[in-house]
Design a binder for this molecule. Structure first.
Ligand code: CMC
Length: 387
């Protein structure tokens, strides 16, 4: 059938070269442009990390100031875009709305869609990073029947998102700085993760010359699945279903049963086979947030900790090198902040937008070919149409 390798699930195929993110799954290492994720989580913030991912170097103070002010310049969305929301049912999943409205950005911002023009690409980046929180918060407001809140550019990125989510025009809303910081850390920890399913989707879509907004919409669609970004929502649903620590063994047994499709959500990773460095930082952040909010006795957090403990000692999980991943603890933090479960994957999408953009930008800045995987044909051999 020709000379190509068969690699279902792309477990051993490198589809591109990239200078953005390095992962050593055996040793639990994640570097963005060479900087360890733990150090970025401690010393940097989301927007600085965005700059780093896109440009390859940490910004000077002046460069960072310019970058932040450009993001602020673009936080509002075109007024006409508001009408899109009215076309959706109020009970639509926010990821369904996000797939639509982010794709629709191509219909509004076609003045910056020439991927061969560096200036167009730069403005598209500002637009995407700036508008994703606005659109995400609009999804939530629409679902609860409240008016959309315009962004507040005097607030930091994460604080502005919380304001647009929870503020109302009726009263002053003061953003809790501890929650804003925790939110920012969640954004930072999800910013990029090399050639995962959604990023590969964005690259593949972009390789045909599709515009950047359409490519990001394709990434959002790929992220939605429970094996990928949808896992953070699935983790919380699972913890709520377990309900009581005494029922953990029952769920562990179900996860091990090959006749049961149930998997322990938030466990396992295609690349990390010892630990997920993001999960470590996330767990620490979770501890801090719950402590600050006086929620140390949160029953779901207790179930999560106990579940982790039991699974980490169980031979099934040990032999298969299944450890908690980034999404195991992120849902507990988001819930403590007051974010509804259906918005969890939207937040992942917001944060990952810069990673998707950076990979698309890296690809279109160099010589590239359209991505065209081959297949192993297993259907009929040639046969004649009857009659
Ligand atoms: N619970 C129970 N068994 C599992 C799990 C799990 N969460 N994950 C993997 N296994 C088993 C699987 O059944 C298989 O067993 P066996 O060898 O006996 O057939 C073995 O471990 C290898 O699993 P796999 O499906 O071949 O591994 P994969 O690399 O294709 O899948 C994964 C990786 C993340 C999709 C998978 O571990 C999973 O479904 N985890 C739960 C969902 C989840 O938490 N996803 C978030 C990933 S991190 C965030 C992101 O990057 O989006």
């Amino acid at each position: 059938q020709g000379l190509f390798t068969y690699d279902p699930g792309f477990v051993s195929t490198a589809a591109c070269e990239s200078k953005i993110t390095f992962i050593d799954g055996t040793n639990g290492v994640l570097l963005h442009r060479g900087y360890p994720i733990e150090q970025l989580a401690q010393h940097s913030d989301y927007l600085e990390t965005c700059y780093l991912l896109i440009h390859g170097e940490l910004p000077s103070n002046e460069e960072l100031g310019h970058f932040k002010s450009m993001v602020k310049n673009h936080t509002m969305v075109h007024e006409q875009l508001n009408h899109f929301f009215n076309g959706f049912r109020r009970d639509a999943h926010p990821m369904a709305i996000m797939c639509g409205v982010v794709g629709a950005l191509s219909a509004f911002y076609h003045d910056t869609m020439d991927s061969t023009d560096e200036k167009h690409r730069e403005i598209a980046a500002f637009r995407l990073i700036a508008k994703m929180p606005t659109l995400a918060a609009m999804c939530y407001k629409y679902s609860i029947g409240q008016p959309f809140m315009y962004p507040r550019n005097d607030l930091d990125y994460a604080a502005n998102f919380l304001y647009m989510m929870f503020g109302t025009p009726c009263e002053e809303f003061v953003v809790n700085p501890i929650l804003a910081k925790a939110m920012d850390k969640i954004f930072l920890l999800h910013a990029d993760h090399e050639q995962n399913a959604s990023t590969s989707t964005v690259r593949l879509a972009g390789s045909s010359g599709a515009n950047v907004f359409a490519c990001i919409a394709s990434g959002i669609a790929a992220l939605w699945g429970p094996a990928h970004g949808g896992a953070n929502e699935a983790v919380l649903s699972m913890l709520m279903e377990i309900e009581d620590e005494s029922r953990i063994p029952e769920f562990i047994e179900r996860a091990k049963d090959k006749d049961d499709s149930f998997r322990l959500m938030g466990f396992g990773h295609r690349v990390y086979k010892n630990f997920d460095p993001r999960a470590k930082v996330m767990k620490e952040s979770c501890d801090q947030v719950l402590q600050e909010l006086g929620l140390e006795d949160d029953p779901l957090f207790k179930i999560a900790r106990r579940l982790e403990q039991i699974a980490l000692e169980d031979p099934y999980f040990v032999e298969r090198k299944l450890y908690p991943n980034v999404d195991f603890y992120s849902g507990i933090i988001l819930r403590a902040i007051g974010i509804p479960v259906s918005m969890f994957t939207v937040i992942f999408a917001m944060a990952r937008t810069v990673g998707w953009y950076s990979h698309w930008n890296e690809m279109v800045s160099t010589d590239y070919r359209i991505g065209r995987p081959r297949q192993l044909y297993t259907g009929h051999t040639k046969r004649d149409y009857p009659g």
